[in-house]
Ligand binder design. Sequence first.
Ligand code: 16G
Ligand code: ZN
Length: 543
Amino acid sequence: MNPSEIESIQNSQYKRLNIDRIEYGTAGFRARSEVLEHVFYRMGLLAVLRSKLKNANIGLMITASHNPESDNGIKLVDPHGEMLEISWEGIATDLANINDEGLISLLWQIINDNGIEMSMPVTIIIGRDTRKSSPLLLNAAISGIKALSGNVKDFGIITTPQLHYLVATTNTNADKSFSSLESYYKKLGNGFKRIRGETQYSNKYKANLYVDAANGVGANALKDIQKYIDSVLTINVFNDGNGELNYNCGADFVKTRSKLPLNSSNKPYVRLASIDGDADRLVYFYVDDQNKFHLMDGDRIATLAAVYLKELLEESNLSLKLGIVQTAYANGASTNYILNVLKIPVACVPTGVKHLHAKATEYDIGIYFEANGHGTVLFKDTAIKLIQESLTNTQLSTSEKTAISKIMDLVDMINQTVGDAISDILLVETILRTKDWSIVEWEQSYTDLPNKLLKVNVKDRNVVTVTDANRRCVTPKGLQEKINETIARYEKGRAFVRSSGTEDVIRVYVECESPSDVDKFALEVANLVYNFANGIGPRPESL
Ligand code: 16G
Ligand code: ZN
């Protein structure tokens, strides 16, 4: 850092507020927006250091996803569009919490520990969701970037997956020019139109989708993608910004409450979808003629994609290994279906996109989804090369060629940097149309086991530590044994507990065969957590 940079940081208006320690959690910092200005300033500083270290553009996304409008958050995006490397999460946390007097020396420490070459010019790519607090916080981040002489490329209001895409593609553009949103829409939209080919659908599939955009940034993106997909699919957007962000709507609301969002049609069998506030999660749903709600969550999207890719791989005769990555929250029935019916390998990893993404890169084609609707499909570079080469192979049969070119269209249509609700909608719609399935046929592939998710308030959520992809509790001592005894009393019982990475609570998940047992099962496990982990507030006695 040169003297004028140091002076600028020392004189900055963004002084640390006297707040509790704040952590770079599962998906960056998230808190009430009014306490975050100094954190954003410091993340501006950190993004410049990371960018210099990597000699590449780094992204900053300003969003608190499905949290209430009053919250905000920030996360760093690494050069290939992936989440910030885990070893830097601690650095980000330290930098956010250090008092103002220690700031310069901590910056020096980061620079020296990592051997960062400070003279290199860098640019930080920024995006933000629609929150009202974002412009002010954006200024704080820009101020941090400029204090260390970084350049800013501000894409304004965009979805989180768009920011990931822009960072990744900008860093791979041969001339280092900035990618555009137009290139994103064209890539997705063209893949979607091409793959359609001459497929005729007539009966069950209707090319008409209703999407709840959580009153967030996804509403713009859905309206924009419509321009690139012509009338192949009509997307009717509701909760498109006239109401409050994420309030009684959006993918998280629909998944956790298992009910229709505000302003939703309740016409039987109409295919509906919800995305979240920054458009990286997607769930589908419908109501039947008894007005019963049916949810098609991330597990369903993963299995649908797996069915399709498996068929295409068989038709193409390409020898590529397909695998699926889930978390412990995946419904046991979905895992069973993948292993025993589809006969595709499944891996289970801890919650959080970075874990799923990393594991999925191990397969030639890796499908990953969290039950909450975040996920995508990854194609290894070597797999893409093989697909491209096969397209020019004159020995192949017509059906092999058709299948291979469809896989290539999928590569275009799918945002591989991170789960992307817009791209995932195109994927789901492609498959339903190809199979001429209504949402009911989609649901018929397997029956979910009844399940329940509860929260328990405790004095210190860090007392609960877990291992084995969140499935086994290490501390408090004795808790896991008691949970095991409880599980043993329920047919097909499965339960696990873990501390949330985004809220100050312990989460409890249970599933079992009998719908009438699941509430009791959940309460028993929640009470064990309450007792072993110094529960506070009301005891979990009723749901
Ligand atoms: C964040 C994660 C999501 C995870 C959730 C768990 C990203 C981009 N998002 O939203 O993957 O499922 O946190 O929250 O990583 P929890 O720890 O509060 O249950
Ligand atoms: Zn989100």
